[in-house]
Design a protein around this ligand. Structure first.
Ligand code: SF4
Length: 361
């Protein structure tokens, strides 16, 4: 079989398989570019099973791009709370405002214009253009890279910084230009359901007869990866400061990691310092309050993309001072039941239920 014939046959096999075996996911029941865009932004870095509820809640509340543009950032972050990678939400929000101002509320169906919007990179651009507008752009995500690496025995490491280009070239070549939206989804679905990272189900795979890794009995060898650097672990101390039945929370600046979210004040533990000492010092430095530690509430572990934290949380009594912010951009003294109204990072949400139960702190 010539290269051209096998490419055509692979496309056909994938498309037939996808039509029969695809999962019925809420974003597959629409052609609305806004809804497809929201789903793709959520699906970057997050599992399908987690996204489904978030997606429904988000669109129940913000059904159109105009609704999103008009919402305040806190509403958007609250709907995103727990999904992580909050820059995605902030960018989507800003992009919706641009769509309303510059494109009369219509998501631009032109790759160049769409790619200029905040947060729209190669993946989101290709996904929305192909699925919503049937334009011939191939997506490259983790699933696609794995399928291509095995199907074609590609030796480029999937996690190398410069690997994207190579995979994009192969994805472009394989793309079915007559049905790019379905083709892209078919490859990603194959990666999610059949050509999985561990124990791919090659016997049931629609493209197994063309698969290089399978023919060479090297399915376990592909995709190749460069070894991960070990992630640093940071020790952090945080204080729940209580004053007349209210708790102090602060808001992080809008940009950067966890930007715009609320949290309890605290920070990194310095060398030679105890967690308790760090808690008192950080609160003084960050919000200018003098506090006394009363008890240890919890120790929370949380992993971010490039580092992990071990966080000691203390219940603190307000001793003196007026709040003056250094770092955070806002603060509130809130009743415990009001914590629900604010978006918090996951690491804080890990101890908030316990805090509620122990409100003698
Ligand atoms: S045959 Fe196996 S390794 Fe090859 S693409 Fe299919 S599932 Fe992946």
């Amino acid at each position: 079989m010539t290269h051209y014939q096998s490419t055509t046959a692979i496309r056909k096999a994938l498309s037939n398989w996808y039509r029969t075996h695809q999962r019925h996911l809420p974003w597959r029941q629409t052609r609305d570019p806004y809804r497809i865009w929201v789903s793709e932004v959520m699906l970057q870095q997050t599992q399908v099973a987690t996204v489904i509820d978030y997606y429904r809640r988000f669109l129940d509340r913000l059904a159109t791009v105009a609704d999103l543009a008009a919402a305040d950032q806190q509403t958007v972050l609250k709907l995103w709370e727990g999904l992580g990678y909050y820059a995605r939400a902030r960018n989507l929000h800003r992009a919706a405002q641009i769509v309303c101002n510059d494109f009369a509320g219509r998501v631009p169906g032109n790759m160049d214009a769409f790619r200029k919007l905040p947060g729209v990179g190669a993946y989101i651009g290709a996904a929305v253009m192909s699925i919503a507008f049937e334009q011939p752009f191939a997506v490259v995500d983790g699933n696609v890279k794995r399928v291509l690496a095995r199907l074609l025995c590609l030796d480029d490491a999937v996690n190398a910084t410069n690997a994207h280009k190579t995979f994009q070239v192969h994805a472009d070549e394989l793309l079915d230009r007559n049905d790019p939206g379905e083709f892209n989804q078919a490859v990603m679905e194959l990666g999610a359901l059949i050509c999985t990272p561990k124990k791919p189900v090659c016997a049931s795979c629609a493209v197994n007869r063309w698969c290089c890794a399978r023919q060479q009995n090297q399915v376990d060898v592909y995709p190749r990866r460069v070894p991960k650097k070990s992630t640093p672990v940071y020790r952090v101390a945080v204080g729940v400061v209580k004053k007349k039945g209210r708790l102090l929370i602060t808001r992080r600046k809008s940009e950067g990691l966890l930007g715009g979210l609320w949290e309890f004040p605290g920070g990194r533990i310095d060398d030679g310092e105890t967690a308790k000492q760090a808690c008192v010092r950080e609160i003084k430095e960050e919000v200018n309050l003098t506090v006394a530690v009363e008890s240890h509430l919890a120790q929370v572990k949380h992993a971010y993309t490039h580092f992990r934290i071990i966080m000691d949380v203390f219940c603190c009594r307000y001793v003196g001072g007026r709040v003056r912010l250094r770092g955070p951009v806002d603060f509130q003294w809130v009743r415990p039941h009001q914590l629900d109204h604010y978006p918090f990072p996951k690491a804080n949400n890990k101890f908030i239920p316990l805090l509620r139960r122990q409100l003698q702190c």
